[in-house]
Design a protein around this ligand. Structure first.
Ligand code: FMN
Length: 234
């Protein structure tokens, strides 16, 4: 099992990114994280968390007044606090083998994830701004996020982009088509309602669960249609 790459860009919906990291680390996956400056602005605005891109670590996203509760969906103990998820957590503390988080500055082109020779099991850009989506669709590679995405496409590895914008214009739709044609999965932050959500957490977990499905990461973040247990083998 290789590491996963997660990039956070400046679209609305940073709550999805935080929960995605929470889920992947809790489920024992090692994650390489990179964050754009615009994402910092959105995270500050939406979650009230200040991030220093020069030296980010988990504790920047972990509330200081944390206390441990049980997260049945992830099957782990987790840290609760004021992360924007109500009573929910930013990061989890697995009772068994929690994954490792490695942070890379968004302009550090010497990071392993900038090279195709660095093996991964896939990359997620969540949320993905229209700006980053356009840059990847046109091969710009002008920062580490775009370069790592380009690498995943050229190596024919999984690239999942999670755009958040509405309504969509023709340029944005064209760019999504270009990315899909190039092999990416365009997975809009567009929660369903057929699992009868009753909280923001339910809506967030639906989207995060669908991302995990695409990565092949087993989870129980939402109740599946047809009564199938989310953690069962297909
Ligand atoms: C609070 C806030 C919310 C934003 N929401 C979105 C959004 O939902 N979708 C989007 O494409 N851009 C959104 N933007 C604009 C992007 O942050 C901006 O286009 C930026 O250049 C994206 O840079 P990045 O792709 O390097 O992160 C938002 C900006 C702010 C400050």
């Amino acid at each position: 099992m290789s590491d996963l790459v997660v990039a956070i860009t400046g679209a609305s919906g940073s709550i999805y990114a935080v929960r995605l990291l929470d889920a992947l680390l809790s489920l024992g996956r090692n994650v390489h994280l990179t964050v754009s400056p615009a994402a910092c602005q959105v995270i500050k605005h939406e979650l009230g968390l200040s991030i220093d891109l020069a030296s980010l670590d988990e504790s920047d996203l972990l509330p200081p007044d944390a206390d441990l509760v049980h997260d049945s969906r992830l099957g782990v103990r987790r840290v609760s606090g004021s992360s924007g998820l109500g009573n929910s957590s930013v990061f989890s503390e697995s009772e068994s083998s929690r994954g490792r988080l490695t942070y890379h500055h968004y302009m550090d082109f010497s990071a392993g994830i900038a090279s195709g020779s660095f093996l991964t099991d896939g990359m997620v850009i969540c949320p993905c701004s229209m700006g980053t989506l356009a840059s990847i669709a046109h091969g710009q590679s002008s920062n580490l996020i775009q370069r790592a995405a380009d690498v995943h496409l050229k190596e024919r590895r999984k690239l999942i982009v999670v755009p958040r914008e509405t309504p969509l214009g023709s340029i944005q739709l064209d760019n999504m088509k270009r990315l899909t044609d190039a092999g990416a999965v365009v997975l809009p932050a567009m929660p369903g309602f057929y699992h009868n959500p009753t909280s923001i957490q339910d809506l967030v977990d639906f989207v995060v669960g669908r991302i995990c499905d695409q990565l092949g990461v087993r989870h129980a973040l939402f109740k599946r249609w047809g009564g199938q247990n989310a953690t069962e083998d297909a």
